[in-house]
Design a protein around this ligand. Sequence first.
Ligand SMILES: O=P(O)(O)OC[C@H]1O[C@H](O[C@H]2O[C@H](CO)[C@@H](O)[C@H](O)[C@H]2O)[C@H](O)[C@@H](O)[C@@H]1O
Ligand code: UDP
Length: 767
Amino acid sequence: MNLSLKRAQTISALKEHMGRVIVVSNRLPVSASYDADKDNWTFTMSSGGLVAGLEGVKKKLPFLWIGWTGQVIPKEQQKKFEEQLLAQHNCIPVYLDEKVAEEFYNGFSNGVLWPLFHYLLEESGSSYREHLWKSYLTANQAFADVVSKTMRATDLVWVHDYHLMKLPEMLRKMQPAVRLGFFLHIPFPTSEIYQIIPVRNALLQGVLNCDMIGFHTYDYARHFITACSRLLGCETTPAGVHYEGKFIPLVISPVGIDPDKFENELRTDAVQKIIGDFQTSFKDKKVFLAVDRLDYIKGIPHRLRAFQLMLETYPEWRGKAILIQVAVPSRTEVEQYKKLKIEVETLVGHINGEYGDLDYQPIHYLFKSTPFPELCALYRISDAALVTSIRDGMNLVAQEYIACQNEKHGILILSEFAGSASSLSGAYLVNPWNTHALADAMHDAITMTDEEKKGRFDVLSKYIHTHTACNWGESFIKDLDRVSKASALINKTPKLTVDLIQEKYLAAKKRLIVLCTDGALIAYASLPFLASPSRKLTDVLHRLSKDEHNIVYISSGRDRNTLQQWFGNLPVGLAAEHGFFFRPVVDETSANEGGNPLMGSGALTTVDDNGWYFPGHIDLSWKGRIVPILTHFTERTPGSFFEEKETCLTWHYRSTDRETSFGEFRAQELRNVLDNTTTPAQVIMCERSVEVRPFECSQANMLKKIMTRHPEHDMVIYIGEPTNLDFDQQPQVIDCGVGKKGQGYFLPDTTEVLRFLEKLADNPLSS
Ligand SMILES: O=P(O)(O)OC[C@H]1O[C@H](O[C@H]2O[C@H](CO)[C@@H](O)[C@H](O)[C@H]2O)[C@H](O)[C@@H](O)[C@@H]1O
Ligand SMILES: O=c1ccn([C@@H]2O[C@H](COP(=O)(O)OP(=O)(O)O)[C@@H](O)[C@H]2O)c(=O)[nH]1
């Protein structure tokens, strides 16, 4: 079976369980014009990666596109406009008030985010203003209102780009189980630059409400991970970010083009005619081509200066080499773009004045959009393309040029700072800031041997035919579908509140309350001995345990001495080293008589002076084999250390460098080594630690032991790490995770756990 057929079947198969794909982008993929005489709208499809990327998906799955019209549609024409747009293009418009649109699009999106995300501090200048941010929020809310009106639980909502970074959060609030993806088309800058934006946290939090986030390159994803870790303090791995109890995977998915569209266009008679005309006009000339929106990220002045230097350094090209610069008007209302236009036109005039004559014009400058047939013909006839952006999320022109070079094998001179440089091996990479190197690259490109040109072209051509826009769109949708199916369950996890369980709580005659220490009752500290229970916590535990309907247990991976010291004086049960050591509650009102809690389990048991029970004989000789391995990893991993308890060994990497995720990397390595070391013990990956412990030690065993010991209980409240026990058929069990969703209920952090317990203890009807 060929690959494209296989793909077609898989994406279509999503239809069986999925609703619609709803794409949300700043602009709709069409521009509209109105014929008042006929009361009729006509729409023209736009070009670009996103439009091409969704062509395949649109044909195979129910599809809807929501976006801003980019123009004012008078009220009285809106109904007709919406009907036609939906019927002809499956699009729904978002209308923005003119002032909001100006401040959201020109002001915040293109005045603040765009320059900063492209590392241009000067262009960004002091452009951040509170009212621009407010309009950004208002516009994102306007999008959220339109999307939420139509979205259903089974739909996949795919949000695009920097204009809509708050939208995912708004949608998540409106419909917690919605399946959401986000793709950033522009670079995500290093956190050193990103942290300049006053609303840096709010933007990150906005997109972290998605189930999956996509970037063009690994660098952009890496920068995003670092920003989340540094600014929000999120746990991260090289694969994604933990946020509010959920893991959000990041995907690296460089967008492609539809090469067939260009190849087919080149075959038409109309384009062949244009090619012929161009070849006559530029006979005996070497043609460099540059096609960009007139944007300061595209490095147009840098390129013009390099072209000028090439003519100066290699005089043999004077009169023989030309540069066709297509500059498509863009964001013409924004001050920096107006300035750039003047700068570019002055430079063009200057170079043409200096090197041109009546028969020769070095630079052909076009400040206009080029119709598609002309664009393809220009791509086809030129000897080299100059894609020399000083930063660019991806750059599709680079790929479009290759699609049209099947015969000529022209050279793609490509900036190292364009996202496409990560994928387009075969391109001639340059640093656009190095004018000399760029001028030399131009000379090299037009003097290169045919053999080298063909070699480079073959690699590039293979890439653009395998990494097409269509594959990009389909694979994102498939990944998002898979990831969000799993996280839909997680998103539904309710936050535990007293109100939610009040009725059950008051009706229960005997409640077991089992609480874990680290990560649930007590926040993690850099070193275990720095964490300890607060006075507030011991007070509330005391109050809860005084209620005759409650039996309270504290469960921990800590050793028995620490638990004894912290909670020994409270009338609570204790389980140390994950239940290996057990100090039961003696409950006078119940059937249990406070005897040996391990009796009947077949294990020989011992009891110490503080009333702790534990198995008498257990083989712990394996610890001697594990200690040298942990010592080895500790010595080679700065910031890590290990802890030896009576039964367990724990290697902690909490203080290792989070930015590089070196600790996580080492933890995986350690796990592999331990998995291959024979011991009668289990290896558990915990919260920034790896633990080796006897099979007897587990949260599940511990909880089962407590429940068995107090059989008269009619309610259980468990707060702590997952036990993986199935409580689906036991509604009397409230199973609550902390910081991570996925159990029956969820509390975000230790502060909220304390707040919950205080409220529970305050319960007026509790005796
Ligand atoms: O709609 P405009 O404001 O005129 O801007 C045009 C588009 O520019 C940006 O393109 C980015 O996405 C491309 C495809 O992924 C990528 O190749 C390029 O490098 C990026 O700059 C912008 O992200 C789009 O939203 C704009 O529509
Ligand atoms: O007159 C033109 C010249 C180019 N393009 C298209 O504009 C897109 C530019 O995309 P790119 O990723 O290179 O940069 P962006 O403009 O999105 O920053 C390409 O698909 C070009 O074919 C266009 O629509 N009109």
